[in-house]
Write a protein of this length. Structure first.
Length: 470
């Protein structure tokens, strides 16, 4: 069985390295507006209450992008990932350029900002899943784990560390509106990287050659399938004759199961919806549940942490910044260390991550010293960071190429939508349970995912037999 390649090995492919560099710079631009967007909103909220205005602005990018992502994931219409990513880059760059111009000239209003984010982020989730699909397909099966790890490293470093720091500097030295131009610039950089790294089919000799080989293989497969069907027909005829000659009480259960018929006719039915794929692959469906709730149960921590720092630790806002910094540094180190996990059994690593992360908020609830809290939260980031690359790699290893887009898009949508839903539930939860109780409850609920994850990945060796590199 082939060994998973390292970060260095996959980065030797210049086209793939270019795409990942574009992803890094695009994430840095998005990280800047994490800081700039609330500041911009507060300057134009008018008569709308501040909290409501920020909530509307934060929710706007999720609405249409979620609907489009669900249409791609649950529907049968297939749009090439390259096309979706290009559409996302173009629309995002145009939208944030216009919003930036309006902001710096003092003409931006709250309805304009909400409307711009609503339509400008339409391809946000579909584009995010397309980045992963394109990068992992370029790396092949042995490079998939490394690419998922590098994408996680990009997100941790650019989106959560460098981007917010640079965004804060820009907001302080210029204005929040100027930061919007940097997000537009990041989208343009990613667009150039996509066009340069992944040429269209009409201009790519390598792609045409690959398609020719694929068509030849498909022809051979169809011929083999025809022979197999003929053999199956003869076998069924023999079985039917034997069944007719058998006593009536022995005939039960001889028909093919619905699952067998579904698998046999899957290719003949054309493109499948993500829902149908998940029904046929229960392992992937259970992992989607784990992915959603892993993110959902994390979000109350973001509500509880400021109260925990102020109350339990008796510290100020600078201590809160240190806590998030500790998590970010730990997550960066964890994302970098994903490379070292590439040849371990992914299903066991996935379960270990869930259990170890769950212990982090539980441990925090019993800590009343800032230095120790920083260590615990930093270790939590170290454990948490590998979850997404390991989970995606394990999932993709059990899917056929024609199933990747639907299921990966559903996963991206589930993981993203879990954030605002978790925040919405986290507020009332922390209000009732308190900061320490909320932290302990977050960890305890995450521990409940362990049986589901174990059922999903230990009951079978992999989502598809012989798909995992163990």
């Amino acid at each position: 069985m082939d060994t998973n390649r390292s970060y260095r090995d996959v980065l030797r492919d210049r086209r793939l390295a270019g795409l990942l560099l574009g992803d890094l710079l695009a994430n840095a631009g998005t990280g800047m507006i994490i800081v700039a967007m609330p500041v911009q909103t507060l300057s134009i909220h008018g008569s709308v209450p501040k909290a409501i205005a920020i909530g509307l602005v934060e929710a706007a990018p999720f609405l249409l992008s979620t609907l489009l992502a669900l249409a791609v994931g649950l529907g049968r219409v297939r749009v090439p990932p390259r096309t979706l990513l290009i559409a996302d880059c173009v629309l995002r760059s145009l939208t944030f350029t216009v919003l930036g111009v309006l902001a710096v000239t003092g003409r931006l209003t709250l309805p304009m900002l909400i409307g711009g984010l609503l339509f400008g982020a339409m391809f946000r989730m579909a584009g995010s899943s397309s980045r992963r699909l394109l990068a992992t397909s370029m790396a092949g099966e042995t490079g998939r784990f490394a690419v998922n790890g590098l994408l996680g490293l990009n997100t941790t470093f650019a989106l959560y560390i460098v981007g917010p720091v640079l965004g804060g500097v820009i907001v302080a030295s210029a204005s929040a509106g100027v930061a919007l131009f940097f997000d537009a610039g990041g989208a343009l950089v990613l667009l150039v990287a996509v066009l340069a790294s992944i040429p269209g089919q009409a201009t790519s000799r390598r792609t045409r050659a690959a398609l020719t080989r694929a068509r030849a293989a498909s022809t051979r497969a169809r011929a083999a399938s025809t022979r197999t069907q003929e053999a199956l027909t003869r076998a069924r005829a023999t079985e039917d004759r034997a069944a007719r000659q058998a006593p009536p009480e022995d005939r039960a259960g001889k028909q093919a199961s619905p699952e067998d018929r579904a698998v046999t006719t899957a290719h003949a039915a054309g493109p499948e919806s993500g829902w149908r794929i998940l029904r046929r692959r229960p392992v992937a469906a259970r992992l989607l549940v784990v992915e959603f709730f892993f993110n959902f149960f994390y979000m109350p921590i973001e509500v509880a942490l400021p109260l925990y720092v102020q109350g339990r630790l008796d510290a100020d806002a600078s201590a809160l910044g240190l806590m998030w910094g500790a998590l970010g540094v730990g997550a960066f180190v964890g994302a970098a260390l994903v490379n070292q996990l590439r040849n371990l059994p992914q299903r066991h690593v996935l379960i270990a991550i869930i259990g170890l992360w769950a212990m982090c908020p539980i441990a925090l609830a019993f800590v009343d010293d800032l230095a120790l809290a920083l260590v615990v939260f930093g270790l939590g980031g170290l454990v948490w960071a590998p979850f997404t690359p390991v989970a995606y790699s394990y999932l993709q290893s059990g899917l056929r190429p024609d199933e990747q887009q639907q299921v990966v898009t559903l996963w991206t949508t589930g993981a993203t939508v879990a954030a605002p839903l978790g925040l919405a539930v986290g507020g009332p939860l922390i209000e009732v349970a308190g900061s320490m109780g909320g932290l302990a409850l977050s960890g305890g609920l995450t521990l409940l995912l362990l049986p589901i994850a174990a059922l999903a990945v230990l009951r079978h060796a992999s989502p598809r037999p012989s798909a995992e590199t163990a």
